[in-house]
Each structure stands twice: as structure tokens, then as C-alpha cells.
Design a protein around this ligand. Structure first.
Ligand code: S3P
Length: 205
């Protein structure tokens, strides 16, 4: 496992980071499973952003929303759901794999908390998603090719938004959750040190 501190860790240290863990990554990388483990071990509330969207849509499923409103309608709902969480703390938030598609979501994700990218091999993720028909983005003639296209397109966006990257290859959800909590603890401790330093710096003026 690799806890990665590049490329963005120090970028927003001026602002105290809210105490939330925000999981991003491609479909099938394990955000929901790992998120539930993390929430349990860290005693945080688990929030699945897709569930927030479904609730806000009166219980309509993600495939139903896509069928009625297309991808643009779903993305609008996804951004609204993300905004609805701002200001809350104490959560592990599992996002949908396409959350990074909209530019407006990127600063929202980073202001929500410590953004952790669960990175995995394309083949691993494909094995996890190919048997499941609940992902409308892959309801196309050649889902394998589409998954690979999206994976390539989104990787730089995950890299750009994440404070931390965890390589998950060959690890159980429990092991990944351990890696995330250890790396995030460092991240929050450093963020806290900066927070405590700030008034001294002001006092010296
Ligand atoms: C999507 C991923 C899904 C869900 C929706 C769109 C995507 O979430 O939000 O089907 O565009 O990658 P998971 O990443 O949890 O499968």
C-alpha cells in the first residue's frame, strides 16, 4: 500500500480542514465497502452520496434517474447532493466515480474534508463492475472499452483533487481502511498544527 502525499497535500493548508473523509475513485474501487469499515473503526457517520441523491429524488434509483433525466440531470443532482453536505463534520463520504467530471465539484470536495483517492488497477475494477448492471454509464455497446476510456479520462482528475492516494491492489477492505485512517490521521494532525500556528503568527505582527 502506498500513502501518497503528492501532489496536493499542502495546497490548502491555510484553511482548517473539516473533519471528514471523502473517498473518491473509479467505479468498483471499493469506496462503499472501505467507507463502511472506516466509519465503524473511526466512529464516524457513513454517508453514501449516491444514497443522498436517491433520497432527494424521492427514492428513484440511479438507473431510473439516468433514464428520466440523462447524465446531465444526474450530474446536477450529484453536485446538489455534494453541496448539501458542506458544513457538516464527522463523516466518511463515499462519492460516485463520476463526481470529478464536473469542474464545480472539485473545490467542493476539497472544502468538505480530506479527499482520499482509492486507486486500483483497471483490470481489478473491471472484474468488480462487469457483473453488475446497476451502472448506467456502462450501459453501452462495449462497456469494457467505455470503462477504460472513462478510467483514463478521470485518473488525472482524481489525482488533481485528492489530498491522499491509497493504492489498493491486493488488499482487503479492512487493510485499505487501516491505510486510509493512518494516512488521514497524519494529514489532520499536520492540518491541526498549522491551525494552531496561525494565531501565533498573527500575534507576532
Ligand atoms: C458513476 C458511478 C456510480 C454512480 C453513477 C455514475 C460514474 O457510483 O454514481 O452510476 O459516473 O462513474 P460508483 O462509483 O459507486 O459505482
Amino acid at each position: 500500500m502506498q500513502a501518497c502525499t503528492e501532489p496536493n497535500q499542502a495546497a490548502d493548508r491555510e484553511d482548517p480542514c473539516p473533519l471528514n473523509l471523502v473517498l473518491v475513485g473509479f467505479m468498483g474501487c471499493g469506496k462503499t465497502t472501505v467507507g463502511k469499515h472506516l466509519a465503524q473503526t473511526c466512529r464516524l457517520q457513513f454517508v453514501d452520496l449516491d444514497e443522498v441523491i436517491v433520497q432527494a429524488a424521492g427514492g428513484r434509483s440511479i438507473p431510473e434517474i439516468f433514464a428520466a433525466e440523462g447524465e446531465p440531470g444526474f450530474r446536477r443532482r450529484e453536485s446538489e447532493a455534494l453541496r448539501s453536505l458542506l458544513g457538516r463534520e464527522g463523516m466518511v463520504v463515499a462519492t460516485g466515480g463520476g463526481i470529478v467530471s464536473a469542474d464545480e465539484n472539485l473545490p467542493l470536495l476539497r472544502s468538505l474534508g480530506c479527499v482520499v483517492w482509492l486507486d486500483a488497477d483497471m483490470e481489478d475494477m473491471w472484474q468488480r463492475v462487469c457483473a453488475n448492471r446497476n451502472r448506467p454509464m456502462l450501459h453501452v455497446e462495449n462497456p469494457r472499452a467505455e470503462a477504460e476510456r472513462l478510467w483514463r479520462e478521470r485518473r488525472p482528475r482524481y489525482a488533481g483533487v485528492a489530498h491522499l492516494r491509497i493504492e489498493t491492489e491486493g488488499l482487503s477492505a479492512d487493510e485499505v481502511a487501516c491505510g486510509v485512517s493512518a494516512s488521514a490521521a497524519h494529514y489532520f494532525a499536520a492540518s491541526d498544527r498549522d491551525r494552531q500556528r496561525a494565531p501565533c503568527a498573527e500575534g507576532e505582527q
